[in-house]
Design a protein around this ligand. Structure first.
Ligand code: AQP
Length: 349
């Protein structure tokens, strides 16, 4: 059996402000895991350009978004001394391995990806090839570091399954060469998704059946990590709810997506469970719960915006973090890519 040392990789797209969904679904686990694992966190800028230029905004918008997201990472609690923080485009091996994986992955696998269907909408003929190929690049992002664990929100589960399929097929297709080159039975690990916590899928504050998302046209649908304390409190107080109060037990949230969402958010922000939140607030008025949630959200989130502004006042520092992180990431990625070339039979000079 091949064994792989535990290593964590994950990323977020610089396509706009990070929001509460990114924070609760992914970031809290990222912060936790930097204490126990070797961790790499990237700003996935190559993924940010998969939609039309009019959607991602062009060079100036992208440049700013990469720095903003990096500052958000640090402001949330990622520590550049503990984690490798970098932007994807600075490590060319992501794109090179993605090409190899394009030749391993099958069209049928990609055709099943629901995120492409949602993002491409009805007019998929006009979607970019990059949008379709996004999950293959994501597999390369992960496997170029032989990452064993990837903390993500629930929406990324299907893409992680594709990553596992690609790793498995590569290991099988090239098994003889992998063994001959001294890598044992498997060259790539079968990565585990880490989808943990009471808010792995945070829903829109305006519609409990839709994921909270950067691209929702309604700003009231999400809490941005850059929102002021007033905006955070206002958005929570205006969040859609139904007419009933809070139930005493989790079973009572069934069929009530908005209530379930707000309780999950409270549990994640307070580091407790849905049951514990309902033990405290169940049977009470929704308005009292919303006030408590607004206070908690302001307490936890408002300092992040302040810290982001402080960091962005010194762009040289943020750029320095990315430069240092990219060098450290390249030092891991380059030998892996060299091994892949040898395994596949490319003549390496
Ligand atoms: N609503 C969410 N609940 C829980 N986790 C979420 N994530 C995103 N939305 C939620 C997780 O955040 C990480 C980074 O996501 P991303 O920025 O790379 O991509 P995304 O899923 O495309 O983000 P958005 O906000 O939904 O952007 P748009 O609007 O462009 O589609 C991932 O781990 C993701 O699971």
């Amino acid at each position: 059996m091949s064994t792989f040392s535990p290593r964590v990789l994950s990323g977020m797209q610089p396509t706009g402000n990070l929001h509460l969904g990114n924070y609760l679904g992914a970031m809290l686990n990222w912060i936790r895991m930097q204490e126990t694992h070797e961790t790499l966190y990237c700003v996935v800028d190559l993924h940010a350009i998969t939609q039309a230029v009019s959607v991602w905004g062009g060079p100036e918008v992208l440049r700013k978004a990469i720095l903003d997201v990096t500052a958000a990472y640090i402001a949330c609690g990622l520590d550049p001394r503990k984690s490798i923080i970098f932007n994807q485009s600075q490590v060319a091996e992501h794109a090179e391995l993605a090409w190899v994986f394009n030749c391993v992955a099958r069209l049928g696998w990609l055709d099943r990806m629901t995120q492409f269907k949602e993002k491409a909408g009805k007019d998929k003929e006009r979607a970019s090839v990059g949008l379709y190929d996004y999950p293959v690049l994501m597999a390369a992002d992960i496997l170029i570091y032989k990452a064993t664990h990837v903390p993500v929100g629930e929406d990324q589960k299907q893409h992680l399954e594709l990553t596992r399929d690609i790793a498995q097929k590569f290991n099988l297709d090239f098994a003889e060469s992998i063994a001959a080159q001294g890598h044992g039975e498997a060259f790539f690990p079968i990565t585990d998704p880490v989808i943990q916590g009471p808010a792995t899928r945070v829903m829109s504050l305006r519609d409990g059946t839709k994921k909270m998302s950067k691209s929702d046209p309604s700003d009231l649908s999400r809490i941005n990590l850059t929102d002021s304390a007033d905006d955070i409190a206002k958005k929570i107080r205006k969040a859609k709810t139904d007419a009933d109060g809070l139930p005493p037990e989790a079973a009572g949230l069934k069929g009530r997506p908005e209530a379930e969402n707000l309780v999950g958010i409270y549990a994640a922000l307070s580091g407790t469970s849905v049951d514990a939140v309902l033990a405290q607030f169940g049977g009470g008025q929704f308005s009292a719960f919303k006030n408590a949630l607004a206070d908690l959200a302001v307490l936890k989130l408002a300092p992040i915006a302040g810290e982001m502004n402080r960091l962005l006042a010194d762009p040289g520092y943020v750029q320095g973090v990315l430069k240092d992180g990219s060098e450290r990431a390249r030092a891991i990625a380059q030998p892996v890519m060299r091994d892949v070339r040898k395994i596949m039979g490319f003549v390496v000079s």
